[in-house]
Design a protein around this ligand. Structure first.
Ligand SMILES: [Zn+2]
Ligand SMILES: [Zn+2]
Length: 86
């Protein structure tokens, strides 16, 4: 019981710090830039920009993640992967 209470409290602390990080106090321009950058971020590894996509559903991942996938990780639809060029 004591262990559960500790881990629960830590989860709360992490969630709170995430909320603070997600809300910059100033510069709407900076957050706009950040959100446009995030829209290109791979939703699987969060480390690379997307440069591959599933032809059937249009969801995008990076080529490093796409290499190990045979279907879309977002909607689980099976379709051909295509390379994306910006
Ligand atoms: Zn990735
Ligand atoms: Zn999909």
């Amino acid at each position: 019981m004591r262990h559960f209470g500790l881990s629960h409290r830590r989860t709360l602390a992490v969630a709170t710090s995430c909320m603070i990080a997600a809300q910059p106090r100033s510069a709407s321009q900076a957050s706009e830039l950040e959100s446009s950058r995030q829209s290109w971020q791979c939703k699987i590894c969060f480390a690379r920009e997307v440069d591959a996509g599933f032809a059937g559903c249009g969801h995008m991942v990076c080529v490093a993640c796409a290499a190990g996938l045979d279907k879309c990780p977002v909607c689980r639809k099976r379709s051909a992967l295509i390379r994306l060029y910006k």
